[in-house]
Design a protein around this ligand. Structure first.
Ligand code: SAH
Length: 351
């Protein structure tokens, strides 16, 4: 048996490895290792989740943002971005359409837009909660005070997505202006958990200045946080950012990290992300085969989709929600899995 296979078996059994061993997997560049990792990850995923793939309807409701993350296309400093925000009615329409298409989770994602005060967020969440009592409501609107998170939770939100982006403070400082800190992002994540949210975190793969040790720090941080969901995707360059000259991450590295995550966190909900589908034509299918069990099709109105441009050439910006749903259904089936239309809560019972 190859040494890589031995390491992978050890990771699958212990759900953990020593730093040096994890680094060996993280830095391996041969395709054979990726395939061994994907096979092991798929086996664990089948044990925990069978062939089920959960769908989340993503509603990108504002691209205004007060932050200036150096990698992000909707950063405040990008004066070329055409800004939009959806009205409460538009958001509710997206949810109704999504509900008819079988979505039972709505993810409201946006920049950190001061227009959406806590009062407005709570009003929208409460309205969705009233109209769709059987659905999970997920928010992904950045760093807030604990009291704000509590208010959204009390209004009916159940889940929150906030990637740590990178768990290494010195790397975090290279990706964000001095006004932002890893310490505050971590504070947010632990507050969200304490309040009772199902929490999703994660990181970009191949972001500028990222080292293998940084990725190791991400894995170690996730072990500490124990999130329900872990979202990772390749970093993809956006021309209108300070990182215009930096290279994008690769599908190979992202798939390798996805498989490692499945082996370390067998219970977790792991999306096969749009960013992965953007850098590789079959990225999302490969992501499912490498351990992913969630897809997040877009429910935003077609006329705003191109404007929510975190990175360049984002896929699925031209189709109606129903088309996206149909297309993904076919892709998921082709990859050997099946979309299920339930809330898709984390498999806590099998931990
Ligand atoms: N404002 C929210 C939502 C951010 S957008 C928040 O702060 O959490 C969602 C995710 O897109 C980010 O967490 C980041 O990991 C990812 N993202 C942003 N720019 C990207 C880029 N250029 N390439 C790939 N992913 C990017």
């Amino acid at each position: 048996m190859s040494t890589m296979q031995t390491l992978i078996d050890k990771l699958a059994n212990k759900r953990d490895l020593a730093d040096a061993e994890l680094l060996e997997l993280i830095t391996s560049t041969d395709e054979a290792t990726n395939q061994l990792l994907a096979a092991a990850a798929d086996k664990i995923r089948q044990q925990y989740y069978g062939t089920k793939v959960y769908i989340r309807g993503l509603i990108e409701f504002t691209n205004y943002c007060k932050n200036n993350c150096y990698y992000c296309g909707i950063r405040a400093g990008n004066s070329h971005a055409h800004r939009y925000r959806l009205s409460k009615e538009q958001i509710l329409d997206c949810c109704s359409e999504g509900y008819q298409l079988g979505f039972r989770t709505f993810v409201l994602q946006g920049g950190e837009d001061p227009y959406f005060t806590d009062e407005r967020v709570c009003d929208i969440v409460a309205a969705i909660r009233r109209q769709h009592p059987d659905c999970a409501i997920t928010l992904s609107i950045g760093e807030k005070k604990r009291a704000s998170y509590q208010a959204y939770f009390d209004a009916g939100a159940n889940r929150y997505l906030l990637r740590q982006e990178t768990a290494a403070p010195e790397h975090y400082a290279k990706l964000h202006p001095a006004s932002m800190s890893l310490a505050n992002r971590k504070r947010c994540l632990f507050d969200l958990k304490a309040i009772g949210y199902q929490v999703g975190s994660g990181f970009m793969v191949g972001s500028p200045y990222q080292t293998p040790e940084n990725l190791l720090a991400d894995l170690r941080f996730l072990q500490e946080l124990k999130p329900d969901m872990i979202g990772i995707g390749p970093y993809i360059t956006h021309e209108q950012t300070p990182f215009a000259e930096h290279k994008s991450g690769t599908a190979e590295q992202t798939l390798r990290m996805l498989s490692i995550l499945r082996l370390m966190f067998p219970y977790a909900l792991l999306p096969s992300t749009t960013a992965l589908g953007t850098i590789h034509p079959n990225g999302r299918e490969l992501g499912l085969k490498a351990g992913g069990n969630v897809v997040m099709p877009n429910l935003s109105p077609v006329n705003v989709r191109k404007l929510y441009e975190l990175y360049e050439n984002k896929i699925c910006t031209g189709e109606e929600a129903a088309q996206c749903r149909g297309c993904l259904e076919a892709r998921v089936r082709m990859a050997g899995y099946e979309i299920v239309t339930d809330r898709g809560d984390v498999a806590k019972n099998v931990i």
